[in-house]
Design a protein around this ligand. Structure first.
Ligand code: PFF
Length: 455
């Protein structure tokens, strides 16, 4: 169904559909790939504790705001801010830019995941464990592009089917499998002899590890992981029915997202402790944890190909439901703006994303000489969206709600279908705490990048 105008706008069939689709957007590479290495680097249990506190406060407030804006206006980000206050339509444009930047490079990584799934499924775990396997692979000109095209095509086909038949149906099918698969793999790794050491490090907070950097890292990860400040939850909110309890849905999405992130850490951190050099290796692996360190870990395990294939299948499902949400957001923005039909819009978005994604893919090989701000092209897009755009959008959204349209607009929308038990907390965070903390993230991430440029 085309969502032209408010009356014919598509919607999720009900509460379960909405929660699973929004959780599908939230649970992605951020949970399985980024969260475990951040947790390993920033003190295990200490990071977990900070992350959970931030999720139930800041994450809760921002997600409520975005979904309520979407449901109230029945518009995607590009029109939603302007519909509430004309002077703020620029913020809608800014929020719409974020998924357009993220979608192409997210699909490049989705392509890498697809490749690793096939490598393990065809019994090549020993090859994947080679020291230079990953760097050799991403440096090739054509092969990563092929996987990237495949991943975008899969995403586009689901989005083409629309909100209810495509996104909701695929989420209802993929999300439960993802949850079961991650718990099974986590139980398997936690039962390995010697895993206890890693489990302890992961769960028991050691406050000597605490620093302001832990909070900043956790807050940045939280926004990314919950798909906030990118117009996504506004778009999904615009498809939400009025009778669905908004506050309860937000709690459920958060439980799903934080739960899968915790379980992902349990799959990975103890395994690295057992098969690699313990804490040091987990911390030093950084972003390479999933593609470089983990394949080595799997290769040392019994049933290495099966475990590896299950793991990458899980990551693939997670990445797919997130890329669907990214593409849907872009499609819905263009449909709202240009009144194109869904099919044409999907094709145009997929082709543009292919073209924009090519430099991110080639940036690790053929075009590696081109290093904007001293980073690879993919890292540059990731930096612009996550460290610059997202904090700016989140900060402006809080200011917009608290000081321009008034918080009652949001709280009234939430109360249409829920008691809003967290209203006081919501007001406190949106008006005072969030603007100050988000401003701190922004400054620190910019200073950090300046340091990198200077060095
Ligand atoms: N939340 C997704 C994850 O954790 O991987 C990633 C993501 C999806 C980021 C959608 C941004 C986005 F707009």
């Amino acid at each position: 169904m085309d969502n032209q105008g408010q009356k014919s706008r598509s919607s999720f069939s009900g509460k379960v559909g909405f929660v699973l689709a929004a959780a599908g957007s939230a649970v992605g590479l951020g949970n399985i790939w980024r969260f475990p290495y951040l947790a390993a680097r920033y003190g295990g249990g200490t990071f977990l504790l900070v992350y959970i506190i931030l999720a139930v406060t800041f994450g809760f407030a921002l997600m409520i705001t975005e979904i309520a804006i979407g449901r109230k206006t029945r518009l995607s980000a590009i029109g939603a801010y302007g519909a509430l206050d004309k002077r703020w339509s620029f913020l809608g444009k800014l929020a719409s830019a974020a998924p357009m930047i993220i979608f192409p490079y997210y699909c490049v990584i989705g392509g890498w995941v697809t490749k690793y799934l096939v490598v393990f499924a065809t019994g090549n775990s020993a090859a994947a464990a080679g020291d230079t396997y990953f760097t050799d692979f991403i440096a090739r000109p054509l092969e990563p592009l092929g996987w990237f095209f495949l991943f975008i095509a899969a995403t586009a086909i689901i989005v083409l089917f629309g909100v209810e038949k495509g996104i909701e149906k695929s989420s209802k099918f993929l999300m439960p499998i993802l949850a079961v698969l991650s718990v099974v793999i986590a139980i398997y790794t936690c039962c390995l002899p010697g895993a206890l050491e890693g489990i302890k490090y992961y769960f028991v907070p050691d406050f000597s590890d605490f620093s302001p950097m832990v909070i900043l890292a956790a807050l940045g990860q939280l926004f990314y992981s919950l798909s906030l400040a990118m117009g996504i939850m506004i778009t999904y909110g615009s498809y939400m029915k009025k009778e669905v309890d908004l506050e309860k849905s937000v709690h459920q999405i958060e439980i799903f997202d934080v739960g899968i992130a915790l379980v992902a850490g349990l799959m990975i951190v103890p395994a690295v402790f057992v098969f690699s050099g313990g804490k040091g290796d987990a911390i030093n692996a950084g972003a390479g944890l999933m593609f470089i360190t983990l394949p080595k870990v799997f290769d040392n395990m019994p049933l290495s190909n099966l475990v590896g294939a299950c793991f990458f299948l899980l990551v693939l499902f997670a990445a797919l439901t997130s890329s669907i949400s990214l593409m849907e957001t872009v499609v819905s923005i263009l449909q709202d703006k240009l009144k194109w039909n869904r099919k044409v819009t999907c094709i145009v978005v997929a082709v543009c994303a292919l073209l924009i994604g090519v430099p991110s893919s080639l940036g690790h090989g053929l075009w590696s000489g081109f290093q904007p701000l001293g980073m690879s092209i993919l890292d540059f897009f990731d930096f612009i969206s996550n460290s610059v755009l997202m904090p700016i959008i989140a900060l402006l959204t809080c200011i917009f709600v608290a000081f321009f349209i008034g918080m009652d607009q949001i709280t009234d929308e939430v109360k249409v279908s829920s008691n809003f038990a967290g209203e006081k907390l919501y007001r406190l965070i949106t008006k005072y705490l969030a603007p100050v903390c988000i401003f701190a993230i922004l400054v620190s991430s910019i200073l950090n990048s300046l340091k990198i440029i200077v060095i």
